[in-house]
Design a protein. Structure first.
Length: 227
């Protein structure tokens, strides 16, 4: 999956000389948490809601309201922004972006093209949308999680069984960290059909070659919601 297929391409930006007060208003009015900062049309930095909160005088200070508004109107974005922000290319993979965001403990990335022009924003939500799409869970898929030999051909053999039973394979994810030594853990999502019992019977007949860790469909009818 490529970043360019999941990033937001409608981008609000601010100039480096924009006041902190105006930048704050822009974020609140558009319900966003970060703004790329441009200087002479080129990417100069990024400012987040955290930067703005840290820049604002504390309500516990002796500064009165008028002085506070004056300070915020005079303070410029360039004074509080993060310069030289982390950027990635629009042709980089979504998986790589997820690693960068996790390792750097950030919730968004600025995306540039080969000429370093700003072309998009990638958020945690965009990464999650891509992951959900890749798994096929939104299509009401039936999932098998199995431990199998880490030797070559083990996954192909299982996929052959699924195809013989007319199951449509949506996604295959493999992990070695979760499985016992000499094994790999494979998660496969398929379009459910009437042959599930037949698939299970064939797997049971293969002894310990394939160990079913879990199987079934996720209940998406009543997902938890914020109160």
């Amino acid at each position: 999956m490529l970043i360019k297929d999941w990033m937001a391409t409608t981008i609000l930006t601010v100039d480096a000389n924009t006041s902190v007060m105006r930048a704050t208003r822009t974020m609140k009015e558009n319900n966003i948490r970060r703004l790329p900062v441009l200087s002479h049309g080129k990417l100069a930095g990024i400012i987040t809601d955290r930067d703005l909160k840290d820049a604002s005088p504390s309500s516990k200070t002796d500064i009165d309201l008028h002085e506070m508004y004056y300070l915020l109107s005079e303070m410029k974005v360039k004074d509080v922004m993060t310069t030289d922000p982390i950027t990635m290319r629009n042709n980089d993979t979504l998986e790589k972006a997820a690693m960068v965001m996790l390792n750097q403990k950030i919730s968004g990335l600025l995306i540039v093209d080969q000429s370093d022009n700003l072309v998009g924003l990638l958020s945690e939500s965009d990464v999650l949308r891509g992951f959900i799409h890749a798994t096929g869970i939104q299509d009401g898929a039936y999932q098998y999680v199995l431990d199998m030999s880490d030797a070559g051909g083990a996954v192909s053999k299982f996929i052959d069984i699924l195809r013989q039973e007319q199951a449509k394979v949506l996604s295959i994810l493999t992990s070695f960290n979760d499985a016992p030594a000499g094994k790999k853990r494979v998660s496969v999502r398929i379009i459910p059909n009437h042959n599930i019992d037949s698939i299970n019977a064939r797997l049971a007949g293969m002894g310990s070659e394939y160990s079913i860790i879990s199987q079934g469909m996720d209940d998406l009818s009543s997902l938890p919601k914020k109160k």
